[in-house]
Design a protein around this ligand. Sequence first.
Ligand code: ATP
Length: 361
Amino acid sequence: MARIALENVAHSYQPAPQGPADFAVKELDHVWEDGSAYALLGPSGCGKTTLLNIISGLLVPSRGTVRFDGVDVTETIPERRNIAQVFQFPVVYDTMTVYDNLAFPLRNRGVAAAETDSRVREIARMLELDDRLQHRARRLTADAKQKISLGRALVRSDVAAILFDEPLTVIDPHLKWLLRSKLKQLHHQFDFTMIYVTHDQTEALTFADRVVVMYEGEVVQIGTPEELFERPIHTFVGYFIGSPGMNVAPAAVAGNKAVVAGHEIELDRAYPTLDGAANVEIGVRPEYVEICRGEDGLPVSVRRVDDIGRLKLVKVDLGGHLFNIVAGEDTEIAATQARIRFDRRRVHVYADGHIVEGRAA
Ligand code: ATP
C-alpha cells in the first residue's frame, strides 16, 4: 500500500484553459494516507472520475505532481503504478472459471501456485463465491460477475491502492449493503488504501473513514461522516449530505444574533461583521430544529407533514423561507401554525457559501 500525494494538481480537458471554469479538477493539494478508506463523493460532473484517473495514471494532469510514497509518478503509465481498479461494469474473462479469473492477477505477476491458491480461496470465501469456483464466469449473473471484479482487485496484497469507480451500480439493491459491509471488513482486515467514487451519500458514509466531497471541480471538505454532518464547512456539503439536507436561509448576522425574515435567532457564538460578503446565511440541519409547545419559539406556517414511520418530516415556512424539520413520531403538530426553536449550538453561519468561525460569546 502507498501514501498518495497530489501536489498542486489541476486538470483541464481544454488545450488552452482561460480560467477556473475551464478546469474539470481545480488546483488541489491532498494526501491519501496509507491504509485509509476514502470515499470521493459529489454530484455528476463534479470531477470525481477525472481525479481518480489522475491517481490511476489513465490521465496525466495539466498541472501538478502525483507521488506514490514520495516517488513522482505523474507521467507513469497505470500498469507501472501497481493500482487495482474496479469499474462500474464487471471486467471478467467470460470463458475462464471463477477460480482462474481470481487467480489471473497473481499468476500474471508470477506469484507461487500455493500462495495463489490460498489467496484465491480466501477472497472467494469472503465474497461468497467459493461454491462457484469451477463455474465459467459467462454463466453468472451481473452481481456475481461484479463480485469477481472486486475479488480480482482484492486478491493482490502488493497493490499501492485499490480504486473503485461506482462499483455497485449494477448490483441488486439488497446485495449492495452486503457488499459494502464486506469491503469495509476487507479493508480492516488487510489495511488496503482504498478510494471509492460515488454520488451516493449512503454508500460514501458507510464505506469510508474519510469522505472527500467535491463540487464543481473542487474539494470542498474532507472529513469523517460525523464531521460532514455536524459541521459542513460549505453550504453545498450541508445540502448534499443528510436527508433532507441542511436548511439554509439568508440572514443578517451581528454578534451572537441572526435575523431571518425579521425573526431573531440566538447563536451560540459571536460573529464578526460580515459586510464584505455578498451572501450571508445561516445553516441548520432538520434534526436540530424542534417544534415547541406553548408560546415559545418562532412562529411558522406548517406547509406539509409526512409520516415516515418512526419520524415525521415537517416542512414549515418562516417569513417566506422554508425549513425542513425531522421530528419524533409522537410530536404533535397543529394543522396550520406552529412554533419552532433552533438548537443554538448547531446553527452555523456562512458567508458566500463558506462557514464563518465564531468566537465564544
Ligand atoms: P459522473 O459522476 O457523471 O461520472 P464525475 O464527477 O466523475 O461525473 P467527471 O467525469 O470527472 O465527473 O467530469 C468532470 C467534467 O469534465 C465534466 O464537466 C465533464 O463533462 C468533463 N469531462 C470529463 N471527461 C472529459 C473528456 N474526456 N473530455 C472533455 N471533457 C470531459
